[in-house]
Design a protein around this ligand. Sequence first.
Ligand code: BG6
Length: 470
Amino acid sequence: MMRFPDNFLWGGATAANQFEGAYNEDGKGLSIQDIAPKGIVGPITEGPTEDNMKLIGIDFYHRYKEDIKLFAEMGFKTFRMSIAWSRIFPNGDDLEPNEKGLEFYDRVFDELAKYGIEPLVTLSHYETPLHLAKEYDGWTDRRLIGFFERYARTVFTRYKDKVKYWLTFNEINSAIHAPFMSAGIMTPMDQLSKQDLYQAMHHELVASALAVKIGHEINPEFKIGCMILGVPTYPLTAHPDDMLKAMAQDRESLFFGDIHARGEYPKYMNRFFKENNISIKMEEGDAEILKNTVDFISFSYYMSTCATANPDELKKAEGNLIFGVPNPYLDASEWGWQIDPKGLRYILNFYYDRYQKPLFIVENGLGAVDELIEDENGNKIVNDDYRIKYLNDHLVQVGEAIEDGVELMGYTTWGCIDLVSASTAELKKRYGFIYVDRHDDGSGTLERYKKKSFDWYKEVIATQGESLQK
Ligand code: BG6
């Protein structure tokens, strides 16, 4: 088995809203997640409700020392987390930051530094301050660029000697499927015009490039990346019409990476905009700002999908059309996400060929129902061989991609400690190496337990991947 590069950044990934809890402590304002108890699948509420698992999360806010110690024990070189924007600017449009919020992240970064773990920090991970959603309709309003700029400048300056790796917007392309969660847009999706949606995307893209510019001014050593939801599309058959459908479907997402990496709108969008009556309002200076391209491309990878031009095939796949139709050659997770390790090798090569910039896999993993049991010595454990298999098979393909010549900075598994799911807001969908005793009915002690995969990942990191099974 190949040995991964010595400086490879092994680690795990999280997001503030899914694990910090303490939703209203120390001056934090509400975020859109505090009124979304059912994730993207259910209705939003007026204010926070008790059934919202994210309000307490897994209480990382108070238990970060214990958790970081466990990450260090696994040998993490990096830890991906996000800053909750509403901890720093409770309303989003405040003029002054909340000092207590800033202090919390100082403590977390200092704790990581004790173990030599590099933070990898997402500025905005599905947690737009609620006030910006309610008063401005989220990113549809151009003023959000200025609010985000103030926020980015504040945290870049404060943590300039503590954080080197930054990501701007989590899965920025997901906004075209989930505008509320991803872009804080309150207007219901069926009433949101394509014009407003793509204008909102333009604002986010400008804000992202602006953050890259400001970050580099504050510390030229910063490495700032974009973050794309990576779902490669295969044609369902070899029919040329399916191939063209796959190309079009992929471009819906590639558009975001293309702007981040190349610094301008790709030409194929002109036709898309024309056919959909979209006319992006560019202000003076926007084109110039967009030229501040990212240092690296990061992405999440869980699954691939298929595209078809055949209406009969489309009908069969009804209900699963967010991205496309299922691949007959692949199995799926308990939540219906199709498992495709080779798709990861494919997308790594595809992105690298296209962008010629370093890549970073910042999410990958299996959401599954875990059972905490007692072993023969009376220790509590989860025998998550299914998770080990999933991660092993994906990492083997990552190794293949590195052999193919892809320049890869690192790999962080999603939800390295169990946390609340983004799409369904459940805790039953677990991804971690560390089990957290908390359940969807609100019960549980919040105690942490190592799963079988904990020692497995520790070994993978210690051997630089040589322990992986091909
Ligand atoms: C990504 C998000 O889409 O997938 C994470 O960036 C999310 O926030 C992860 O948790 C897994 O999705 P889910 O819905 O299983 O939590």
